[in-house]
Design a binder for this molecule. Structure first.
Ligand code: RIB
Length: 318
């Protein structure tokens, strides 16, 4: 909640999604299946794609509301305090009896690549009724963000209520998806792995990503963004037939966890506050925010604050 703002229904960005406590082990490399290796450091962080994307947008200065569930446990209390510190409106972060706060077990290699296993816990209990309770807040927002760490039904319900722009991050991939996941959002955003899973096409480079993006358009998407890690991102739009590729700035990657969340949070900020910009410029700026985040460890602590906005202004398209 922004200081001095008493209207819970007027926040610019609403995120419906997950909260996880990240248990992160840093190691020289990712272990092979069945292998045990020595790590170098262990930390706990506040994570979950929903909360990460919300905090990424909030750190850039937009007003945000998170609709989510945590357990009625000490992690849940700590999570809500963390969101409040980041000025996120927590009116619809519900505590859940009988479920623990979601957990993510993460291994990060020295190369910066990661492996993640999530145990959804309270996130599984985020319901269509919870979304209905927040319906006025969703309807009055400028932009809605969703992911798939909570149920598909929840995402579909929220998108049906949304009157503004919506971004669905199709992560993690689920085989039980509804075709409306492609049709409802303004932008369907996935990384190369998820793009390949949803399209059943190989996505290992820019050219394959462009083909997968066009395939997603033919499956009903209005707009598609495929993020390619250090390689940048591909965007495709149904209405204009536009497909373009944007490069990411070269940086030294320390920890790639949450880079996609930083990208989506930044894109949300740009779509709300800088919507006069051409899409190509917005995608380039969002890539810059994601690249900046991978130079620091963790997810939410690695996301840049408003100080990066000046640097983003060095990118200009005619
Ligand atoms: O996108 C990164 C996030 O994925 C981590 O914070 C982890 O919690 C998982 O949800």
């Amino acid at each position: 909640m922004m200081e001095g703002d008493n209207d819970f229904n007027s926040n610019e960005v609403v995120v419906v999604g997950s909260c996880m406590i990240d248990f992160v082990g840093y190691a020289p490399r990712l272990p092979d299946p069945g292998e045990t290796i020595h790590g170098t450091e262990f930390v706990t962080n506040f994570g979950g794609k929903g909360a990460n994307q919300c905090v990424a947008a909030a750190k850039l200065g937009v007003s945000t509301t998170l609709i989510a569930r945590v357990g009625n446990d000490s992690w849940g209390d700590k999570y809500i305090s963390n969101l409040m510190k980041n000025e996120v409106d927590t009116s619809y972060v519900f505590k859940t009896e009988g479920e623990s706060t979601g957990i993510a077990q993460i291994c990060v290699a020295e190369s910066g690549e990661n492996q993640i296993v999530i145990i959804a816990g309270a996130n599984k209990r985020l319901s269509v009724e919870d979304v209905e309770e927040a319906s006025e807040t969703i309807k009055s927002s400028k932009l809605l963000i969703l992911q798939l760490e909570t149920s598909v039904d929840v995402a579909v319900k929220a998108m049906r209520l949304c009157k503004g722009v919506s971004i669905l991050n199709g992560a993690p991939y689920t085989a039980n998806y509804d075709p409306s996941l492609f049709e409802l959002p303004t932008i369907f955003c996935v990384n190369e792995h998820e793009a390949s899973q949803f399209t059943k096409l190989p996505v290992t480079n820019k050219m394959e990503a462009e083909i997968a993006a066009s395939r997603l358009i033919s499956l009903g998407c209005k707009g598609v963004l495929i993020t390619l890690g250090a390689e940048g991102a591909v965007f495709a739009e149904k209405q204009t037939g536009n497909v373009f590729y944007v490069e990411s700035p070269a940086v030294e990657c320390v920890d790639s966890t949450g880079a996609g969340d930083a990208f989506i949070g930044a894109l949300a900020y740009l779509l709300v506050r800088r919507n006069e910009l051409p899409m190509e410029e917005m995608v380039e700026k969002a890539c810059m925010v994601a690249a900046d985040s991978v130079t620091r460890k963790g997810t939410q602590p690695s996301f840049p604050d408003e100080q990066i906005l000046e640097k983003l202004d060095t990118i200009k398209h005619s």
